[in-house]
Design a protein around this ligand. Structure first.
Ligand code: ZN
Length: 152
């Protein structure tokens, strides 16, 4: 368990320091805004979707290290994915972060790769919404919702 916690902290720090895909995406055809009022995290997500596949993804915003790292890893993991796989990934991450699985390892399951380190956030319940914000915003962008999404 301490290994997972160490890995979690390393990944959060790395992605917070050097967020991937932290830019405005020119030519994006799906965007969404997400806001986590508990922490003040705000992101704007940009997707370029062609032929049912997420060709590119990027984000802007400001917030805590967890929200930024989560958005960084979310964008990196959905680029190249068909929309239905991205949606499925949302459900798996959401279940991992908010579900009632008996251990974080069980909850993380396999196939999530580095995203599984976010299971570490379960030890800090007040920060779970920081980690889920990017994923809720992804879902909002995929569904074409016009209203900003809030974790509340
Ligand atoms: Zn936060």
């Amino acid at each position: 368990m301490s290994d997972l916690r160490d890995l979690y902290q390393q990944v959060i720090l790395d992605h917070n320091r050097k967020p991937r895909n932290f830019r405005v995406l020119e030519g994006a055809n799906r965007t969404a805004e997400g806001y986590n009022p508990l922490c003040g995290d705000k992101i704007r997500l940009y997707l370029s979707v062609e032929d049912g596949v997420i060709k590119d993804a990027a984000f802007q915003g400001k917030g805590c290290a967890i929200s930024k790292a989560s958005a960084s890893m979310m964008t990196a993991s959905v680029i190249g994915k068909p929309l239905d796989e991205a949606e499925a990934l949302f459900h798996r991450i959401h279940a991992m972060l908010t579900g009632e699985a008996t251990s974080t390892i069980d909850a993380a399951g396999d196939g999530l790769g580095k995203l599984a380190v976010f299971a570490g956030v379960r030890e800090f319940p007040s920060r779970i919404k920081c980690a889920t914000l990017a994923w809720h915003t992804l879902r909002s962008a995929l569904s074409g919702a016009a209203e900003p999404v809030s974790t509340e």
